[in-house]
Design a binder for this molecule. Structure first.
Ligand SMILES: *[C@@H]1O[C@H](CO)[C@@H](O)[C@H](O)[C@H]1NC(C)=O
Ligand SMILES: *[C@@H]1O[C@H](CO)[C@@H](O)[C@H](O)[C@H]1NC(C)=O
Length: 255
């Protein structure tokens, strides 16, 4: 057993205070690694921006691991891959596909509709999978952010694929430059909350592509998330959750 005199206690208390201060500054930026899996949802409290549209709910960031199983993720990737292949596209940059409306937005902001030919593209089971996942995601979001009025699930819902497979690819339009800091609500005005379901693994399926939230009013990263298949990220879509996705330098990143 150790017994400290008065002076020694004082010294211990001081070093603890220094240690705590050091930890706080070191923890300025928190990174959730791909394989850092939590059994329960993680929640980071965030103060709502003055202009927030979070409808009476909180403005927090919520992360849920293993939300969707592998078979369903493969099914969604299959749907997105087939839909995206039906639009003219170069191998590089962002492609967005909405299986509900059939719209594909390919690099260079080219828009096509996979249902335009009038032929069935997906089986009934595939469409049910897509709609079912969207429905469950909405319920999960409502659970995470109880509000005073029901949330309306708005279009578009989509799979976004960022390709780093073409090293010589260069953006042709502002829309192609997905890596800039942005606020979801400024891009899509009727969004109040955003829900992102990762369909691919950081540093395995792709390189680059780190997701980062900024500290309010700065360009300093407060929280970085490494994507992981089946990981669900929910957050209020206004100014309080300004973020960016780093440029993908290899492989395919789907969300
Ligand atoms: C790669 O990107 C370049 C520049 O945008 C484009 O001209 C080329 O067709 C792309 N390659 C493939 C295989 O899509
Ligand atoms: C953050 O970076 C952008 C450019 O990406 C710049 O226009 C803006 O002034 C910066 N904001 C702050 C608070 O440094």
């Amino acid at each position: 057993m150790f017994v400290f005199g008065r002076r020694r206690w004082w010294w211990v208390a001081c070093s603890l205070a220094v240690l705590v201060a050091w930890r706080v500054s070191r923890n300025d930026k928190e990174v959730v690694k791909r394989d850092d899996v939590a059994a329960v949802p993680r929640r980071w409290p965030v103060a709502c921006a003055e202009t927030t549209s979070a409808c009476g709910g909180a403005c927090d960031r919520v992360l849920i691991d293993d939300w969707l199983g592998n078979a369903e993720i493969d099914g969604l990737i299959g749907i997105a891959t087939r839909g995206m292949a039906m639009a003219p596209s170069s191998e590089g940059g962002p492609t967005i596909f909405d299986a509900n409306s059939g719209y594909v937005m390919a690099p260079g902001a080219r828009l096509a509709n996979v249902y335009a030919r009038g032929e069935p593209v997906f089986s009934r089971q595939e469409l049910e999978l897509y709609r079912g996942v969207i429905r469950r995601l909405k319920h999960r979001l409502e659970e995470a952010f109880p509000t005073d009025r029901p949330l309306v699930f708005t279009a578009p819902t989509f799979v976004a694929r960022l390709s780093g497979q073409n090293a010589s690819w260069e953006p042709m339009e502002p829309h192609d430059e997905y890596w800039h800091p942005h606020v979801d609500k400024q891009n899509t005005h009727h969004y109040d909350y955003s829900g992102l379901l990762y369909l691919s693994d950081y540093d395995k399926d792709f390189e680059g592509g780190l997701f980062e939230f900024f500290r309010a009013g700065t360009n300093d990263t407060a929280l970085a998330i490494q994507p992981r298949r089946g990981r669900l990220l929910l957050f209020a879509a206004s100014q309080e959750n300004r973020h960016r996705v780093r440029r993908v330098t290899a492989g395919l990143r789907s969300v």
